[in-house]
Design a protein around this ligand. Structure first.
Ligand code: PMP
Length: 453
């Protein structure tokens, strides 16, 4: 709930920073309240400027999986920082992080570290074009791959939140190189491949969609994309910026048993610091400069503080293997939310894979962008505010922070596995859903609230 200091920080930020935010969804426009300013986090909790505590299910948009300020990561960052923060030369830690990533992703023989997910995907697409000598990219409606020109065509995430079909400033000639197919619809892919197969450099996909809300890929969908790429000689790029080290140690590729030609990573591999990576088959990656003719570079790429933080996180994940526990906790939470929605007569559809999930305010099924867009963003905004505790009908001192948009993913991390956090979130959700029940009027027909895995 925004209070005095939050409001002061916002007014100050608005004087110098566009819209007061450095990334549009942070403005909370879709949920109708002023944005929160975070000042601190510990474990599963995030604290706003007015000292309110929230159970955090935004988790830096999936970038942190161990919770806030885990001691091992803090220690790694401090140790690295004491030796200097940047050299512009290679450092030993970069290969150490790369080796851990390779050990999790058998499809990655060589990789390169970059500074963001946007950069990773942009570079992977350039490499795919350079390698194949072809120009077109197939992407899917509602998938988001960062904000590079050409990939903003019918993208999810902030564009879905703000209802923008595409961004101004992207030249039509750029966007024309992007062919948009329908998620979970192999027919739409086949039609594009039949028509333009010899011009297609790559098929780019979120193997679990997170940016139209969580929409699991049907297993035959990903296998079909693999076959389509093999048939037309295009590269299959899995954008695992969210799913990498999230849905399984080896990402969606491990979960679904599909090998991508190129993989993009971000978020978790930087331990909460800015990062991205792309990698894949040796013969493709060797086309990158300095070995090959596809140029890509970065002053701060592979930064030693970032790589130290990322390696600390991945080593803990490798040691503790929390994925089954995360999956079970998220299943417990989403089943409880579905049951509460049923008893409050609120039709919801829950999309979930492992520890990423979305409560869609629609009867569903939600299988692609079109069905995701049928969800009711006003109901979601009410739910968001009630969870936060800024709804007059739900009064309490502690809130729950969800993503501030219907079309984004919520997350559970290892810090949520302790101390009944999941049960507390579920109890808050039950109260929030109950508060959404129309005060008068007939009780709506109970839905088949569903949890999909
Ligand atoms: N790909 C996917 C699947 C993403 O979810 C995101 C960001 N949420 C990106 C790429 C872009 O990453 P970044 O914001 O680090 O540029």
């Amino acid at each position: 709930m925004a209070g005095r200091l939050n409001d002061d920080f916002l007014r100050r930020a608005e004087r110098s920073i566009v819209g007061g935010v450095n990334s549009p969804v942070r403005a909370f426009r879709a949920v109708g309240i002023p944005p929160l300013f975070a000042v601190r986090g510990k474990g599963p909790y995030i604290y706003d400027a007015d000292g309110r505590r929230y159970i955090d299910h935004l988790m830096s948009w999936g970038a942190i999986i161990l919770g806030h300020a885990p001691p091992a990561v803090e220690a790694a960052i401090v140790r690295a920082t004491r030796r200097g923060t940047a050299y512009g030369l290679s450092t030993p830690i970069e290969a150490e992080l790369a080796e851990v990533i390779k050990s999790a992703f058998p499809s990655i023989e060589l990789l390169r570290l970059v500074n963001s997910g946007t950069e990773a995907v942009m570079s992977a697409v350039r490499l795919a074009r350079g390698y194949t000598g072809r120009s077109k990219v197939v992407k899917f409606e509602g998938c988001y791959h960062g904000h590079s020109d050409g990939l903003l065509a019918r993208a999810g995430s902030g564009l879905a939140t703000f209802g923008l079909p595409d961004s101004a400033g992207v030249l039509p000639s750029f966007a024309a190189e992007t062919l948009v197919a329908r998620y979970n619809d192999l027919e739409s892919v086949r039609a594009i491949c039949d028509e333009q197969g010899d011009k297609i450099a790559c098929i780019l996909v979120e193997p679990v969609a997170g940016n139209m809300g969580v929409v699991p890929a049907r297993p035959d969908f990903l296998a079909g994309l693999r076959q389509a790429c093999d048939r037309i000689g295009a590269l299959l790029i899995f954008d695992e910026v969210i799913t990498g080290f999230r849905v399984a140690w080896g990402g969606a590729q491990e979960l679904y048993g599909i090998r991508a030609d190129l993989t993009t990573l971000g978020k978790i591999i930087g331990g909460g610091l800015p990062v991205g990576a792309f990698g894949g088959r040796r013969e493709i990656m060797e086309r990158l400069a300095p070995l090959g003719d596809v140029y890509q570079a970065g002053t701060l790429a592979g930064n030693p503080v970032v790589a130290s933080a990322g390696k600390a996180v991945l080593e803990l994940l490798r040691k503790d293997k929390p994925y089954e526990a995360l999956n079970l906790a998220a299943e417990r939470l989403t089943q409880a939310v579905a049951a509460s929605a049923d008893s409050a007569g609120m039709p919801v559809w829950i999309g979930r894979v492992g520890s990423m999930f979305t409560v869609f305010f629609t009867e569903g099924p939600v299988t692609d962008y079109e069905s995701a867009r049928r969800a009711n963003p006003e109901l979601y905004a009410d739910f968001f505010r009630a969870m936060l505790g800024s709804n007059a009908r739900v009064e309490r001192s502690e809130g729950v922070l969800l993503p501030p948009s219907q079309w984004e993913a919520a997350f559970l991390g290892t810090a949520h596995l302790r101390n009944d956090i999941v049960e507390t979130t579920a109890a808050h959700a039950a109260a929030a859903l109950e508060a959404l029940r129309p005060p008068d009027g007939p009780v709506p027909r109970p839905s088949r609230a569903r949890g999909a895995i």
